[in-house]
Design a protein around this ligand. Structure first.
Ligand code: ADP
Length: 334
């Protein structure tokens, strides 16, 4: 049997994925949209670089023999629901990506897992600080904060007249309770080979301009926050919080198995905000998150579990290897 090839798209967490695959002894391949190849030439983690004209070309790529594709955020952000039509066998359950993409489904899964999500409002019921989101706003650009119906209407009118949003966007805007908490993104791995959910690390995102606003005194300027991620910072949780984080992961896996069997396989993440009173989830992610790249050498949590350098990508490849050994690889792919 020829060696297995682990492939992914060149962006997001590709450096980690390809390096983790190499560590586990697999061949590696990266699909790059024209102009993005250079990064993967400068960091030699891919044995093969395939150049694409556009992300759509991923849909017509024929799999090589023994190729497994590791999906990440770029696949979902660029192809949306069409990501499910990719022909290369994908690690994990593609159905999970569908539940991740559709905001209502995303919240439905969290609620099924008994994890609190922010409340939603209609504009005439706003009674506190809310965050207004538009569909498809990547990185929360164009989101705004408001705390009354009149403020809401004024801001919508301004965005419409500036051409920043369409009438359709205005109609489908989602008004959400603003959670004043610190963010925490635990990285989980659901292993069907070991029959357990592992928490391998935690990060927080470094977002512009929202992470810059604390440097200004509050009332001087009216600046709408944006949440464009520019990087990630490592975090460990207060130890007494860890049991709850583990429990969230277990419950999400149980809920997913109920709503779309077999549910989520492999890496996933829950985007949390922690207030002095409670823990609230903005959304879940059904695949590897970019913050895991912090832990190519392992995180404190992955060290406790494995006592070796276990990144999320390496964990994925380890699962593949063990599944092959038990002739169970098919269970991990869709
Ligand atoms: P994306 O899908 O691009 O990640 P999100 O809707 O998850 O966009 O939001 C981006 C960021 O906005 C989050 O990481 C978080 O910092 C902030 N955010 C989202 N929803 C809320 C909320 N209800 N309260 C406070 N902050 C929020």
């Amino acid at each position: 049997m020829s060696k297995l090839i682990i492939s992914t798209i060149g962006s997001h967490s590709a450096l980690q994925i390809l390096y983790g695959a190499k560590q586990e002894g697999f061949n590696t391949k990266v699909y790059c949209v024209k102009g993005k190849e250079n990064l993967y030439k400068r960091y030699p983690v891919a044995q093969e670089i395939v150049t694409l004209d556009s992300y759509e070309d991923m849909l017509t790529q024929e799999p090589a023999i023994n190729e497994i594709f590791i999906p990440h955020g770029t696949l979902i952000a660029t192809l949306g629901k069409r990501a499910l039509d990719i022909q290369i066998p994908v690690f994990g359950n593609k159905e999970g990506m569908h539940w991740e993409m559709v905001r209502d489904k995303n919240h439905q899964l969290l609620q099924e897992a008994n994890i609190r999500t922010p409340k939603s409002y209609s504009s005439d019921k706003i009674d506190g600080l809310t965050i207004v989101k538009f569909p498809g706003a990547k990185g929360g650009s164009g989101y705004f904060l408001c705390s009354s119906q009149s403020e809401y209407e004024q801001q919508i009118a301004e965005l419409l007249s500036a051409g920043s949003i369409s009438e359709d966007d205005a109609k489908t805007a989602q008004i959400q309770e603003y959670i004043t908490g610190v963010t925490m993104y635990p990285h989980y791995f659901h292993s069907i080979i070991h029959g357990r959910v592992e928490m391998l690390g935690i990060d927080r995102r470094y977002e512009t301009n929202v992470d810059a606003l604390g440097r200004l005194s509050q009332n001087n300027f009216k600046i709408n926050p944006s949440y464009k991620v520019v990087g990630n910072q490592p975090l460990i949780a207060r130890e007494s919080l860890v049991p709850e984080l583990l429990d969230f992961g277990d419950r999400l896996i149980e809920a997913a198995a109920k709503l779309f069997p077999p549910g989520l396989l492999g890496p996933f993440c829950i985007e949390l905000a922690i207030t002095p009173e409670e823990i609230v989830a903005f959304e879940f992610t059904s695949r590897i998150v970019a913050g895991t790249t912090l832990y190519v050498n392992g995180s404190p949590y992955s060290r406790f579990l494995f006592d070796e350098d276990m990144s999320m990508a390496r964990r994925i490849c380890r699962e593949i290897k063990q599944a092959m050994g038990q002739r169970r690889l098919k269970e991990l792919l869709t």
